[in-house]
Design a protein around this ligand. Structure first.
Ligand code: AMP
Ligand code: FES
Ligand code: ZN
Length: 307
């Protein structure tokens, strides 16, 4: 198999683009796709201070690497979740990357700073770990970006993530979420920071190839709580579709953004007004935000158990 753009030998084929690339040409192709996404969706400018949420996996480290190479002002943000074996390695990987590249990094350890690891939080609040984890991550990312004066928060969600989330939201007709499905969400309240997903034009397979070909030292363990997760089941279904019909994921997600999302834009807020949480000041539709309510329940349960 020959590279599409030079006489070199191809190392990866991308069926939906009907193309194959050698190492160097694939790197250029992947970086162009990301640059196109950033420019096309007006995600970032060179004046922005970008907080990059990095888990230590291939996607978020690919994101940080490309933003750094494109000359954006980035600071990494890593949340230590307190999940056995998994979290210490993830933290070491992110710290290693930041140090090697001389990049600033903010680390928040949820156990040290907020008293509970994610498994403890899940147990004390009777939530599944991924739910306690997702709520904590969204809350801490926005809060850290606001407190640090960052203008944008960037995450490493790829096309597989975006298509799986869309499938889940459609299956359950989550109309407000369908209105918010875009890869760039402007801040709609002074206490919200703009969020962007610059990797949405690349599949998981492509970010993996990029990270490997660039020699990025990423953390490739799957979180133990992800086993059996619905999102993995949706990804598997979408991969089967993609195999039978190359380009299916891309046309599903980008087709929805163009033709389906406009119908759901009005449902984004569902007539509910955003207010500030009376405990922490972050946005909420009720008096106290979901994060503060979760933390309050965890504290009360922990206190009752220690009596
Ligand atoms: P996930 O929800 O695990 O698929 O992760 C989606 C994105 O959230 C990643 O690409 C990162 O940008 C961000 N993220 C996930 N876990 C962490 C973490 N522990 N610390 C900081 N950012 C994270
Ligand atoms: Fe959050 Fe696994 S990464 S529960
Ligand atoms: Zn709150």
């Amino acid at each position: 198999m020959k590279c599409k753009t030079c006489p070199g030998k191809a190392v990866i084929d991308i069926r939906r683009h009907n193309a194959a690339f050698c190492k160097d040409c694939f790197i250029v192709h992947a970086e162009r796709q990301i640059e196109r996404t950033i420019e096309g969706d007006k995600m970032l400018s060179k004046d922005d201070r970008v907080l990059v949420a990095v888990s230590g996996g291939k996607d978020s480290l690919t994101l940080w690497e490309v933003l750094r190479r494109l000359g954006y002002h980035t600071t990494g943000f890593h949340i230590v979740l307190g999940i056995d074996h998994y979290s210490p390695q993830a933290r070491a990987t992110v710290e290693g990357y930041a140090k090697k590249n001389g990049l600033p990094l903010i680390v928040t350890d949820v156990k040290e700073e907020y008293d509970f690891s994610i498994p403890e939080l899940a147990e004390y609040t009777r939530r599944v770990p991924c739910s306690a984890c997702g709520l904590s991550k969204r809350y801490l990312m926005n809060r850290t970006a606001l407190q640090g004066g960052f203008s944008v928060l960037a995450t490493g969600h790829n096309l597989d993530d975006a298509a799986a989330t869309l499938l889940g939201n459609l299956l359950h007709w989550q109309t407000p979420q369908l209105g918010r499905m875009g890869p760039a969400l402007e801040a709609t309240h002074p206490k919200l920071v703009k969020t962007v997903k610059p990797l949405v034009r690349l599949t998981e397979r492509e970010t993996l190839a990029y990270a490997m070909l660039r020699g990025i030292d990423y953390h490739d363990d799957e979180c133990p709580n992800a086993v059996g997760a619905t999102s993995l089941f949706y990804k598997d279904l979408l991969n089967q579709l993609e195999y039978a019909s190359p380009g299916a994921k891309q046309s599903f997600y980008f087709g929805f953004l163009k033709k389906g999302r406009p119908a759901f834009l009005a449902a984004q807020t569902d007539g509910v007004e955003l207010k500030e949480c009376e405990a922490c000041g972050q946005t909420t539709t009720t008096e106290t935000c979901a994060y503060c309510r979760m933390m309050d329940l965890a504290r009360r349960t922990a206190a009752a158990r220690s009596r």
